[in-house]
Design a protein around this ligand. Structure first.
Ligand code: PBG
Length: 326
């Protein structure tokens, strides 16, 4: 054997950390939290072991738990006390997210991101104002432009409550521009926008829709979220969001879309975020429960892979567990 190149020389325990190309730090991670206006006790989320919906009174305690692990940022989701056709509790100044953010920013040093969408707040579960066709009309979908106004109002109400960053997730055309303009006009030109720029119509969101009670009552979201078959279209979506003033570009879900993360990283200099979604979390838990794989090791490998593909920050339900290991 005349082998001059022997990559194994660089795989001893001593040298592996020196030649490691990718590192993961607890400060790269964002932990989602769920604040629920319909309960006064913590409620475990069955399909997402270890996660709970917490009442408003527990929001600060929940964020402190996250911070104790070394994770510094949270993204807040709300479950409102009531829902209606226009999702009015999404932009109420005394809405659940607004109240939670007020308390969290007053009592902790956490970096607070808020998800801006209407699906948890509308009685039909879609991410905006619906057209007025009959409910069994298969073409029934969200009206784009009227939805923009409500998203902008929601974003401003979050900024007023003290949110550090706004993350619009509804895949409404023009949402970043509409939110940027409204924030600027209301005196929040310093509040950045992390756009869910390439958000796919994914079946990996299943457990989240239980957690946040946001499943569409009929139909699906393929008239506004992206087709998993498309990659070039993601670049168009990202270009539009950059033009409209997005500060951070997110891809969602994470693991099935590593090529998209990589392509955005190669083309743009903006920070790239990956959302390691509820289904990615639930499937590792389910397999680990059966003893089929090692939960912590596969979770770590998932997050390192997202970073290797080009993500700078990762939203993940594994944030606390992995940060504790790091
Ligand atoms: C709101 C929103 C969703 C998720 C984040 N923001 C639900 C959806 O689009 O159906 C999913 C997160 C996850 O699955 O972990 N639109």
């Amino acid at each position: 054997m005349d082998l001059t190149d022997r990559p194994r020389r660089l795989r001893t325990d001593g040298i592996r950390p020196l030649v490691s190309e990718t590192s993961l730090d607890s400060t790269d991670l964002v932990s989602p939290i769920f604040v629920d206006a319909t309960t006064d006790e913590r409620v475990p989320i069955e399909s997402m072991p270890g996660h709970e919906r917490v009442p408003l009174d527990e929001a600060v305690a929940r964020v402190r738990e996250v911070r104790e692990t070394g994770v510094e940022a949270v993204i807040v989701f709300g479950i409102p006390e009531s829902k209606d056709a226009e999702g009015s509790r999404a932009y109420a100044s005394d809405g659940i997210v607004q109240e939670a953010v007020r308390r969290i920013t007053a009592e902790t040093d956490a970096y607070v991101i808020t998800d801006v969408c209407l699906c948890e707040y509308t009685d039909h579960g879609h991410c905006g104002v619906l057209e007025t066709h009959a409910e069994d009309d298969p073409t029934l979908t969200v009206q784009n432009d009227p939805t923009l106004e409500l998203l902008a109002e929601t974003a401003v109400s979050h900024a007023e409550a003290g949110a550090d960053m706004i993350a619009p997730s509804s895949m409404t055309d023009g949402m970043v521009g509409a939110i940027r303009e409204a924030l600027d006009e209301s005196g929040y030109s310093d509040v950045p926008i992390m756009s869910y720029a390439a958000k796919y119509e994914s079946h990996f969101y299943g457990p989240f829709r239980d957690a946040a009670d946001g499943a569409p009552a009929f139909g699906n979201r393929r008239h506004y979220q992206m087709d998993p078959a498309n990659a070039r279209e993601a670049m168009r979506e990202v270009a539009l969001d950059v033009e409209q003033g997005a500060d951070v570009l997110m891809v969602k879900p994470g693991l099935p879309y590593l090529d998209i993360i990589h392509a955005i990283r190669e083309t743009y200099d903006h920070p790239v975020a990956a959302y390691n979604v509820s289904g990615e979390y639930a499937m590792l838990h389910a397999a680990a429960e059966k003893g089929w794989l090692d939960l912590e090791a596969t979770a770590y490998e998932s997050l390192v892979s997202l970073k290797r593909a080009g993500a700078d920050l990762i939203i993940t339900y594994f944030a606390e567990d992995i940060a504790e290991r790091l």
